[in-house]
Ligand binder design. Structure first.
Ligand SMILES: Cc1ncc(COP(=O)(O)O)c(C=O)c1O
Length: 471
């Protein structure tokens, strides 16, 4: 009796089960070199399975060298196969437990409405590109991306964002995130300094800090980065760059005033550093036209980052850098050494999508939807919490910040809210200097319908009341 454990109900073929049982016994040292395996016929009888199944399992063990055959005597365990501390993994990857948080209303920021993605139009565009793109598009291409897209993009950026750039100044990237990674790679070293808005996303902090560079936080107030604090921030050496999200600060939502933009450019010129302008969601402004970029005021000083994640889909991973002329070649090299180039077919599809006017029409349509959602969220918050809540930031983007006079969003409070069915994101998670924004949460509304927004605010009220913080 060999104590082979096989189970006909398992979704694993019997051959595989026998193979694994035998292999494991050999590796664990239960069966040592020279041990004789039962004949395939006896094994098949014992397990009451077809002999072919056993033969196949033995063949596999033989091919992999676990057993050897001796003419006329059968199969024996081969020498030298005991593996110390052999632990058998699970046979099959276990199915993931599914979305544990079903029913949860998630106010995650920065996610556009996914249901409205123009699937059919985008699909048709990709199909046309596949049919008539030049052969070169299917080979290795240049790191900065396809000229067709950079041409269209330079005109689009001038029209919509006041960005001044020849197509040669653009390097296409895999989203804004890769643009940030390339900036870190090219401009930062362990002794570098970065002046950065505080708060700012945790990911951006991690990307810059991972080079060993020191982050020097500059607070943000209702007019954006506090410029008086900038010149007062102790920086031993000139910073490599100042990082800003001037059109719509993330997360606080403020817009850098024109006076401060001028001060920022003057500062960068005086210490001879760059300004990195992250323009991640600026197309969405609901009560005024989009603010022009800082890049348009000082193209030689500004590294401008853009992305199609919010205006189209984060799943496409399409973003770009607009660079001062002096930096272009270094970024092309860095991009090449990172992933050669961004998908040429997707780039060509995007070029057509913009050229044929689909992108601007889509943005206009989505702006109406987001404006309504934003209104719905701010109305619900004011109706529910009255003067205990203040809304931060401009009517722009895909999120708001709500400040509560009577709440501090500690991990316990956030967990209690999650138990009440609503997920919110404390601003403190994005701060460098801790403790100044504990009363605030970021609420993203891009991918939350109006009904869910109302229900989410109701759950927020209930959750806070249970915690003794409201009502
Ligand atoms: C301020 C900011 N910059 C950059 C990004 C990265 O965007 P992506 O890599 O999807 O283009 C985000 C994402 O939400 C963001 O909030």
């Amino acid at each position: 009796m060999l104590w082979i454990d096989i189970d006909r109900d398992k979704p694993i073929p019997l051959t595989r089960q026998i193979y694994c049982e035998f292999r494991d016994k050999i590796l664990r040292g239960e069966w040592t070199a020279g041990f004789k395996l039962p004949s395939t016929r006896k094994m098949a009888q014992e397990l009451r399975i077809s002999r072919n199944v056993v033969i196949e399992a033995y063949d596999q063990l033989f091919v992999e060298g676990y057993i050897e055959s001796r003419q006329g005597s059968g199969y024996f365990v081969a020498p030298g196969i005991y593996l110390e501390q052999f632990a058998r993994g699970t046979d099959l990857p276990q199915p993931s437990p599914g979305d544990q948080s079903e029913g949860l209303i998630d106010f995650r920021s920065g996610v556009p409405d996914l249901e409205h993605f123009p699937r059919s139009l985008w699909g048709k565009t990709v199909q046309r590109v596949c049919q008539d793109a030049p052969l070169s598009a299917f080979g290795y291409n240049r790191p900065e991306g396809r000229a067709e897209l950079r041409d269209v993009l330079s005109r689009y950026l001038y029209r919509t964002r006041g960005v001044q750039c020849a197509p040669e100044r653009i390097v296409m990237t895999s989203g804004a995130t890769q643009a940030l990674m390339l900036i870190a790679k090219v401009l930062l070293a362990p002794e570098s300094r970065v002046l950065i808005e505080d708060p700012i996303t945790q990911d951006i902090q991690t990307i810059f800090a991972s080079t060993g560079a020191r982050l020097c936080p500059v607070p943000v107030d209702a007019c954006g980065m506090a410029m008086d604090k900038l010149s007062a921030t102790p920086v031993n050496a000139a910073p490599s760059f100042v990082f800003v999200t001037p059109s719509h600060q993330f997360p606080l939502g403020t817009t850098l005033t024109i006076q401060r933009r001028i001060q920022l450019i003057q500062y960068a010129r005086s210490v001879d550093c760059y300004i990195v302008e992250d323009d991640y969601d600026s197309e969405f402004r609901y009560e005024s036209p989009p603010i022009s970029s800082i890049q348009g005021l000082a193209p030689e000083r500004v590294i401008y980052i853009g992305s199609f994640s919010k205006i189209l889909s984060p799943g496409l991973r399409l973003g770009y850098l607009v660079l001062p002329e002096a930096l272009v070649e270094r970024y092309q090299k860095a991009k090449w050494l990172t992933d050669l180039h961004t998908s040429s077919i997707d780039q060509l599809a995007l070029a057509r999508f913009i050229e044929e006017g689909h992108l601007e029409k889509y943005v206009t349509r989505m702006k109406k939807l987001y404006k309504k959602r934003r209104q719905c969220l701010t109305d619900a918050l004011r109706d529910t919490f009255g003067d205990q809540v203040a809304i931060w930031g401009e009517a722009a983007g895909l999120h708001i910040v709500a400040a509560f006079s009577h709440v501090r969003f500690t991990p316990d409070v956030v967990a209690a809210l999650e138990a009440a069915g609503v997920r919110v994101y404390p601003v403190e998670e994005h701060t460098i200097a801790k403790g100044r924004h504990a009363d605030k949460i970021v609420l993203g509304y891009g991918n939350v319908g109006e009904e869910k927004i109302a229900e989410g605010v109701a759950r927020l009220e209930k959750g806070l009341a249970l915690h003794g913080m409201h009502g």
